[in-house]
Design a protein around this ligand. Structure first.
Ligand code: C5P
Length: 236
């Protein structure tokens, strides 16, 4: 689907960062028809949550499997094939050339789209330096985005702050998916580069990943619908 034709409601991806399938299923039930797209990450996936991928897709929902793969090419390719067979829509890999190439080749013929994680949104320049990198966050994000596009990766996970620059680099051909979203007045937690939903969409994001501001809200459904309304408003 072309990014410009995605309905505002379908641009919110709720991160099911919950400790098991029972609380995840309870959250999905509470969110009901309001949420159409879910993200399953480490916490839930390693607690049996991958069983929810097929369950959700059979119920008309889309699933983003956020396992940030990075391994030797053969292992990445076999993992991608297994996840494609579950019916997932998005899968993340770290933006290393070998890993991206293997993932793109392995998803051929399926509906799965590969998203490359450029630099984690919890990282700033000092964190990168501590990890041995000599590039700033913005330079490393740009270099990895160019490599991802050249290798045929479908989209990028990036901080909303980077979305404007990334749009200029990759044009409209790649989906931009942004975590690090905080509606005005909600705590930032461990995220260092955050933006409101309205500003992230205006900056060029196609999809917003939101975890704690929805799943830890007193009324998760109301929180999700408020974000979707803000997305609709930003799209005009
Ligand atoms: O709770 P919060 O809204 O911060 O959740 C953001 C989600 O997006 C988490 O599941 C986190 O793992 C994920 N994510 C991220 N930064 C990335 C990629 C994924 O925060 N670069």
């Amino acid at each position: 689907m072309q990014p410009s034709t995605i309905a505002p409601r379908d641009r919110l991806i709720v991160a099911l960062d919950l400790p098991g399938t029972a609380p995840a299923e309870a959250m999905i039930a509470r969110l009901g028809d309001s949420v159409t797209f879910y993200k399953i990450g480490y916490q839930l996936a390693y607690a049996g949550g991958l069983s929810l991928v097929r369950q959700l897709t059979e119920n008309g929902k889309k699933v983003f499997v956020d396992l940030k793969l990075h391994d030797i090419s053969n292992t990445v390719a076999r993992g991608v094939e297994s996840l494609a067979a579950l019916g997932a829509t998005f899968l993340t890999v770290h933006a290393y050339p070998q890993t991206m190439k293997a993932a793109v080749e392995a998803r051929a013929g399926s509906d799965l789209k590969i998203l490359a994680v450029t630099v984690l949104t919890s990282y700033d320049d000092a964190d990168l330096q501590a990890a041995g990198y000599r590039l700033s966050v913005s330079d490393l994000v740009e270099a990895r985005a160019r490599q991802a596009q050249a290798l045929g990766v479908d989209g990028l996970v990036c901080s909303p702050e980077e979305a404007v620059a990334l749009r200029q680099i990759v044009g409209r051909s790649m989906s931009l998916v942004t975590p690090g979203i905080r509606p005005a007045g909600t705590p930032s937690g461990d995220q260092k580069r955050i933006m409101t939903p309205q500003r992230a969409i205006a900056a060029g994001a196609d999809y917003l990943v939101v975890g704690r501001p929805v799943v830890e809200a007193a009324d998760p459904k109301a929180a999700a619908e408020a974000i979707q309304a803000e997305i609709a408003q930003a799209l005009g």
